[in-house]
Design a protein around this ligand. Structure first.
Ligand SMILES: Nc1ncnc2c1ncn2[C@@H]1O[C@H](COP(=O)(O)OP(=O)(O)OP(=O)(O)O)[C@@H](O)[C@H]1O
Ligand SMILES: [Mg+2]
Length: 312
């Protein structure tokens, strides 16, 4: 795969084809403020003061369980940056790190350097504020500790060194570029990489109130095509449904609505006929299924502990 093929998005915002997802993510407003402030501050400080003073790298790490909105927040902050900077425009670049790391042995390092020190600065050479989304960065900045040496080929370790060196160069040479990296596995991330981050922001699972808010937003979104579904968003009975979904991530909560629609042929053909009862039934069914799965899993663990479970 060529380095250019690892760039999955390169867009100047605002753009009529790219929707701003910032308001769609339900998280503590303080988290959004911190992310946005850090992006803007990092650009400003690095443009104004020497690196030796600020040690700002223009790197922000969003970490947490899958499906909690990390990637969406990173995209959203690019839109917000566009809205709040002088020219009212910003660039969003998205990178698929797997494409880089799957290269033949010896090439990953070269590709990472090419991407971070040549390719991205070239894309951003018009000086527009640029947000680079490095999703699932653990594949690129693998911890180099002794424990992982046996598990990771030397090439990956050299690539981590290359990422760090490239980040240092971006930090000082390209103050208008900020990298927002996301990860599910902070333990797998290199310490020196984490140390370079200007902010490590945890994006946790939504609490029950947030689940309810996500459910409401999802139904309102469906309302764009099926207006009756937006009415369900205001139903007081929705709180009980949300309680059933406690512990789910945001992605699962959004998918729950399509799962409920799939419950009856009528709602498949006419989504506007979805009722609160449909949502309740689906939530009960999935809740029971997840309990069964948990019981199954704990039974398995218990059997393992007693040495009764054997490989199948
Ligand atoms: N807190 C949230 N509020 C509203 N929607 C959410 C939330 N979290 C996730 N979603 C929705 O779930 C989908 C997946 O979100 P996203 O890809 O941003 O999660 P992620 O944290 O990057 O997941 P992963 O770690 O698996 O990459 C999106 O449609 C997003 O809108
Ligand atoms: Mg993601």
């Amino acid at each position: 795969m060529k380095v250019a093929d690892c760039i999955t998005t390169d867009v100047v915002l605002p753009n009529p084809q790219t929707q701003d997802p910032w308001d769609e993510v339900v998280v503590d407003p303080a988290l959004k403020d911190r992310l946005l402030n850090q992006v803007l501050l990092s650009m400003h400080l690095r443009d104004t003061l020497p690196f030796i003073v600020t040690a700002c790298h223009g790197l922000i790490l969003l970490y947490g369980p899958p499906g909690t909105g990390k990637t969406t927040l990173a995209r959203g902050v690019a839109h917000r940056t566009a809205a709040l900077t002088a020219g009212h425009r910003a660039r969003l670049v998205e990178v698929d790190p797997h494409g880089l790391m799957s290269a033949e042995h010896g090439q990953s390092q070269q590709k990472v350097v090419e991407l971070l020190t040549n390719h991205i600065p070239l894309l951003a050479d018009d000086g527009l504020p640029t947000i680079v989304l490095l999703d699932e960065v653990e594949s690129m900045a693998v911890a180099r500790g002794a424990a992982s040496l046996s598990a990771n080929p030397a090439d990956v370790h050299r690539a981590t060194d290359a990422v760090l060196a490239s980040l240092d160069r971006i930090a000082s040479e390209h103050p208008h570029i900020v990298i927002v990296a996301t990860s599910n596995f902070t333990d797998a991330l290199d310490e020196a990489f984490k140390s370079r981050a200007d902010a490590l922001i945890e994006v946790a699972l939504p609490d029950v109130d947030a689940v309810l808010a996500i459910l409401r937003r999802t139904l309102q979104g469906y309302g764009g095509a099926f207006p009756e579904m937006a009415e369900l968003a205001g139903s007081s009975g929705l709180a009980a449904v949300a309680r059933r979904l406690d512990g789910w991530d945001g992605r699962q909560v959004r998918k729950f609505v399509s799962e409920a629609l799939a419950g009856r042929l009528e709602t498949v053909l006419e989504p506007g006929t979805l009722t609160l009862a449909d949502l309740r039934t689906t939530a009960d069914r999935l809740h029971a299924a997840s309990e069964k799965a948990t019981i199954g899993a704990s039974a398995g663990w218990a059997a393992d502990a007693r040495g009764e479970r054997h490989a199948v």
